[in-house]
Design a protein around this ligand. Sequence first.
Ligand code: DC
Length: 214
Amino acid sequence: MKNVITIDGPSGSGKGTISKLLAIKLGYNYLDTGALYRAVAWKVREEKTNPDNEEALKKILEDIKINFEGNRIFVDGIDVSSAIRTAEIGELSSRVSAKPAVRAALFSLQREMGLQGKVVIEGRDTGTAIFPEAENKFYLDAGIEERARRRYEELRVKDPEATLEKTIEDIRKRDTRDSSRENAPLMKTDDMVYIDSTRLSIEEVVVKILEHLK
Ligand code: DC
């Protein structure tokens, strides 16, 4: 499968920025699968649902309507693009993403979106569970302090209470949960090209990926 490029990696590895840029360079669509989990988390918080109650989660998943329009994301017609980018929703999305019911509901949505044409799809399991048959798979990584620093630069604009120490702690917790869950954990497999972006610029990472494309 040549039309799908998968990019997986932990929080703050730069996969969002890099995937978007790569998609523009190649004239591909871009699918941010983390935004789907964040959208579900947003609704869970909005409805004050207990994220550990699988039945209540299933009800939310039956009713929720998620749409992308350009680079904006809508839940039930509400533009949540900015509201989903907080530390609180990041944490909640990681918790709900460990629930099998949530992963099952978002699986077909991601397959359908990915099969619409040429696409760069990024997340935690895009090369392992969503498009295991893709020919071009990448795993982006960076040291935890650098990843936290990048995330903190984004968060501090919105949240004056954010600190670098707290961001490091949050990222560490999220890394552990996202990689140790039973269902489609974040994982590097042998068929993925591994890129450590700790000391690379965005442009340098994109160049590396372009060099590897089959
Ligand atoms: O990439 P992100 O920070 O926007 O992702 C938010 C959470 O969603 C992440 O902590 C785990 C979950 N996620 C997932 O389980 N599978 C994906 N393919 C993408 C994200």
